[in-house]
Write a protein that binds this ligand. Structure first.
Ligand code: BES
Ligand code: MN
Ligand code: ZN
Length: 497
């Protein structure tokens, strides 16, 4: 997609559509909007009087053949009430317009910001457009495999020519972040036969070469040598060997300790011997979304040249039943030496994270953040609306909350009470991997804390928020890619804890 920047008058552009972002209005007072109204013999006034278009969020309408305009139509997009406009209003509006049928006949469009001059708005618009229009067509054939309606060229237009450089910078940032988030969606949606642990590690290697960060992959032998017994216990049941992926991006001097990101990489979660019910089991191809988020985060950090050292750890495995699979009741030993009684083989995510959180110590991290589709119970905590977070360091959790505010990827903190630690104690081993259904999300967090080192740690549970059931303005039904914007914001705003 080609991106251009301009401060020319919107009547000057020879494009299919001028997309005009407008706040809710009661009368047409804005100069540019008046010009559009005049050029369409009062079509805008008529639309306003009939309440066909008032600028409310979600409204999109076209006026055609504006006199004196080189473009064939002006597409008006509502931003909602003026006082309540945030970057996410622009993201949502751009999401709405990205699927607007009136835009689909245009190969080229202008996106016009009217009076709004704020870099966060510019960035949000390109993010919203990329996210809202995303679809995965790789597995279709013939005509259906091609999206012929996508825009090929967008020119971003503002009034103030002195802002142009900042416009360009912000849009480029938004483009890279938008692509980062759609990459998460693409990986999450990729079927497990196209994305085994081995294939995921190959993908990571390719991306590392392309974006110039390092990649090391531990195979099943190296994993055994590292005594990652928890990861091994999950992988046992599968014919696909596990991989442990280590990525390092150096955006800061070599002496600076890294921020370590850990992502759950279960490429398919059948539940193992504690087999899941058949209904919706196919959705468990997305149980590596945490891995996809951290992989795409390091790619995006490298593309944005963020001035931090970032290390990514991905334990990657399938969770399958077989004659070799770990049984409920088995006791296994994690990398840090703690013994775990396996109550339920479907509580596998916390096991592989346990070994990765312990391995993180090798990097003497400034902080560790893990992200995982960890607990079904999170459906009953925040549903599809936000991700529960937990951790051991208020400053780090505050950072995550601030990043959440800035990116509109919602998180909410759960407490890690002593009750939850008690629930994870075993009568025969040190720990159990499942303490029952009540407070399942917080209990999983408490389990993980048994494996962290002496570092600030935050845990983000993205089960369910990773998969949107209905569709939202810039999140079509399907994988959401949540976490990418959040982690990039945490890294972008990073200062010593
Ligand atoms: N991957 C699942 C969690 C999940 C469920 C994510 C539904 C997205 C949608 C995880 O491995 C799991 O199965 N967790 C169990 C743990 C339980 C056995 C303690 C769960 O939440 O049911
Ligand atoms: Mn599971
Ligand atoms: Zn799982």
């Amino acid at each position: 997609m080609k991106l251009n920047y301009s401060a020319n008058n919107i009547s000057e552009f020879t494009v299919g559509s001028i997309v005009y972002f407008v706040p809710e209005f009661e009368k047409i007072s804005d100069k540019q909007l008046k010009a559009v109204d005049t050029a369409t013999s009062g079509a805008l006034t008529t639309m306003l009087e009939s309440e066909e278009f008032t600028g409310a969020m979600g409204e999109v309408a076209s006026v055609y053949h504006p006199a004196g305009f080189k473009a064939g139509r002006v597409v008006l997009v509502g931003l909602g009430e003026k006082k309540e406009i945030t970057p996410d209003s622009f993201r949502k509006a751009a999401g709405h317009v990205s699927r607007y049928s009136g835009l689909k006949s245009s190969a080229k469009a202008v996106f016009y910001f009217g009076k709004f001059d704020d870099e966060r708005f510019y960035q949000a618009v390109i993010e919203g457009y990329l996210l809202g229009s995303w679809k995965l067509l790789d597995y279709k054939t013939g005509d259906a495999a091609e999206d012929k309606t996508a825009l090929k060229e967008i020119t971003f237009v503002i009034d103030n020519p002195r802002q142009l450089k900042r416009l360009e910078k912000a849009v480029e940032r938004g483009f890279i972040i938008g692509e980062g988030q759609t990459m998460v969606r693409e990986l999450a949606f990729t079927p497990s036969n196209f994305l085994t642990p081995q294939l995921l590690s190959k993908k990571a290697q390719q991306l590392a070469r392309k974006y110039k960060f390092t990649c090391r992959v531990l195979d099943e032998k190296a994993i055994a040598k590292e005594k990652m017994g928890a990861l091994e216990s999950v992988a046992r049941g599968s014919n696909e060997p596990p991989r442990f992926i280590i990525l390092e991006y150096k955006g800061a001097p070599a002496g600076r300790k890294p921020i370590v990101l850990v992502g759950k990489g279960v490429t398919f979660d059948s539940g193992g011997i504690s087999l899941k019910p058949g209904l919706n089991m196919h959705e468990m191809k997305g149980d590596m979304t945490g891995a996809a988020v951290v992989l795409s985060t390091i790619v995006t950090a490298a593309r944005l040249k963020l001035p931090q050292n970032v290390t990514v750890l991905i334990p990657a495995t399938e969770n399958m039943p077989s004659g070799k699979a770990t049984r409920p009741g088995d006791i296994i030993t994690a990398r840090n030496g703690k013994t775990i009684e396996i109550i339920n083989t479907d509580a596998e995510g916390r096991l592989i994270l346990a070994d990765a959180l312990d391995y993180a110590n090798e990097f003497k991290p400034q902080a560790v953040l893990d992200i995982a589709t960890l607990t079904g119970a999170s459906l009953f905590v925040l549903g599809y609306s936000g991700a529960p977070i937990m951790g051991n360091n208020d400053k780090l959790l505050t950072r995550v909350k601030e990043a959440s505010e800035a990116t509109a990827e919602r998180v909410w903190e759960l407490p890690l009470w002593d009750d939850f630690y008690d629930r994870m104690k075993s009568s025969i081993a040190d720990l159990v991997n499942s303490g029952g259904r009540a407070a399942g999300t917080a209990c999983a967090g408490a389990f993980l804390e048994n494996f962290i080192g002496d570092y600030p740690w935050a845990h983000i549970d993205i089960a369910y928020v990773d998969l949107e059931p209905k569709g939202r303005p810039y999140i079509p039904a399907g994988p959401t890619g949540i976490g990418l914007r959040l982690l990039i914001e945490v890294l972008s705003a990073w200062k010593k804890l």
